[in-house]
Write a protein that binds this ligand. Structure first.
Ligand SMILES: *Cc1c(COP(=O)(O)O)cnc(C)c1O
Length: 538
């Protein structure tokens, strides 16, 4: 692929009237235009042949008997298959190119993970199967839990939460249960202002009041501000139940004063929740338990490479300190003294786990994710996992130092970053925004980085190149980001209407968020496929 030439860049496929002719299908080569399935279907075709229903059962439906035809799209099997296959080709995927979304940690999912997760003994399990028939699954869960506990230096783990945010809730419910057990009613959770939105949302959902603590100007937690807020009242009367801190934080920086923060929180009778979404930067290097953390979720779909939501469910196990371990939710697996592994469910709770706060999920968590994560861990080994963290940090610093001359990097002066490089819109000329850079990057063939997060940096661009990106791959990404930034600096107006090469231009994201249209409101009448009057449409 040609390296983009910033000075010579000009959009070849411009708006209508320029070089790109319209097509009657709306498709442009292999870039396929795909209407909604309801717009495609005539309603006349079905993929299955059903027998004519007999009269008596229909009569039994009484007033529930349908009067109109069901509003189904009505496609033949090949039409339906094509529809979804065409849609699937519109996805950008980690298997197509880098996905530099900061904070989200979009890692390559090694195929070995998939091979293991699809073994019938794991993939075909039913959660209500007799326990003696799923010993292997328990073994996988116990081994995974063992690694997570080892790697984090904590006392125990609750595997069942189904995502990072769900893990946050699990951790806060453990904190609440611990305070309840001491007869304390604490109402406040402190959160730094750079936190991921899920942190305050979780605390509020769990019924706490959320107080934001401002950061320092070098992008870290303000220890003194925390201490000042904690100090109010002292341990007996403090209203602070705990703090939620992300480490490495959302600015891509390690919180060096984490141990001091933990000590201060503990002295005030509170607990420390660590948002472990960025654990991939320190796995094998730092054990959060040594920093005084009481609860931390681990996004298996970030640190341990399993697919995110759309590619499969997420998974957010929570590791717990000795102080919180007794309150962990049911069910969980445990290894007995004789080496055998068994499930602790509600029947055994009175004896094995009398203080468990309840349960997070109906069954046991995401078995497929457990298998993938354990596969990833075992195939890397302890030394391999450490190298994962080192390479992720190396890659991010390469991006940071390669672009800091052209994009403002607010914290670059305070030293190396961790696994993600943070830029701001400070350098961009008037009239150009972070959004323009992100959209320009789409034309370059990349999924954009995370934009406008963290909120503490104006026009933030958070780039996370995971450890598997090669130097050549990084150079391409850097070259593209540089080219787009140069177009902005040169005042190239075409950047403001990018992307030009995607099926759509700028979408009205505000309208989409405020007034989402979530159901098909027309009826089976398909509109004629419009011939695009403007390339790219909108
Ligand atoms: C991803 C992320 C979360 C939430 O995790 P989910 O699995 O998406 O629920 C929380 N905090 C940070 C910093 C994250 O990056």
């Amino acid at each position: 692929m040609n390296a983009p030439n910033a000075s010579g860049w000009k959009p070849e496929l411009g708006p209508a009237g320029s070089a790109q002719p319209a097509t009657s299908s709306g498709d442009k080569g292999l870039q396929l235009e795909e209407p909604l399935i309801f717009e495609l279907g005539t309603g006349a075709n079905y993929g299955v042949d059903l027998d004519e229903p007999e009269a008596p059962p229909l009569a039994a439906l009484g007033r529930f008997l349908r009067k109109d035809k069901a509003a189904l799209p009505g496609l033949t099997e090949p039409e339906a298959v094509r529809h979804y296959t065409r849609l699937s080709r519109q996805n950008y995927a980690i298997d197509l190119g880098p996905f530099p979304l900061g904070s989200c940690t979009m890692k390559h999912n090694p195929r070995l993970n998939e091979k293991m997760a699809r073994l019938p003994g794991f993939a075909d399990l039913h959660p209500l199967q007799p326990q003696q028939s799923v010993r292997g699954a328990f073994e996988v869960m116990e081994q995974l839990g063992h690694w997570l506990v080892e790697l984090t230096g904590m006392a125990s783990v609750a595997l069942s939460p189904k995502a990072g945010a769900h893990g946050e809730l699990c951790g806060l419910l453990c904190i609440r249960a611990a305070h309840d057990a001491r007869g304390e009613n604490r109402t406040v959770i402190l959160v730094p202002d750079s936190a991921h939105g899920t942190n305050p949302a979780t605390a509020a959902f769990a019924g706490y009041k959320v107080e934001a603590i401002p950061g320092t100007k070098d992008g870290r937690v303000d220890l003194e501000a925390f201490k000042a807020r904690l100090g109010v009242g002292g341990p007996e009367t403090s209203d602070v139940a705990g703090v939620m801190i992300t480490n490495p934080n959302t600015c891509g920086l390690f919180e060096r004063e984490m141990k001091d923060i933990s000590d201060a929180v503990h002295a005030a009778g509170g607990y420390v929740y660590c948002d472990g979404a960025n654990f991939n930067a320190i796995v094998g290097k730092v054990r959060p338990g040594d920093l005084g953390v009481d609860a931390m979720h681990i996004n298996l779909h970030k640190t341990f490479s399993t697919p995110h939501g759309g590619g499969g469910p997420g998974s957010g196990p929570v590791v717990l300190s000795q102080a919180l371990a007794p309150f962990a939710p049911l069910p969980f697996v445990t290894r007995d003294a004789d080496g055998s592994v068994r499930l602790v469910e509600e029947e055994q709770a009175a004896q094995d786990s009398p203080q468990a706060f309840g349960r997070m999920v109906a069954f046991h968590g995401q078995m497929g994710m457990f298998t993938r994560a354990l596969t990833y861990i075992l195939s890397h080994g302890a030394d391999g996992l450490r190298q994962v963290a080192e390479d992720a940090v190396l890659n991010a610093n390469y991006v940071l130092r390669s672009l800091e001359d052209i994009l403002d990097a607010p914290f670059a002066a305070s030293g190396p970053c961790m696994h993600e490089a943070l830029f701001s819109d400070d350098n961009l000329p008037d009239g150009f925004s972070t959004l323009d850079v992100a959209k320009g990057l789409i034309d370059e063939g990349f999924h954009p980085m995370t934009v406008y997060f963290p909120l503490v940096v104006h026009g933030a661009m958070l780039v996370e190149p995971t450890e598997t990106e090669s130097k050549q791959g990084l150079d391409r990404l850097i070259g593209s980001l540089r080219a787009v930034a140069e177009r902005a600096l040169a005042g190239d107006e075409s950047l403001k209407s990018a992307p030009h090469y995607a099926p759509r231009r700028r979408l009205d994201e505000t309208q989409a968020a405020r007034k989402p249209v979530l159901t098909w409101q027309g009826h089976v009448q398909p509109p004629a496929t419009p011939i695009p009057s403007e390339i790219g449409g909108s």
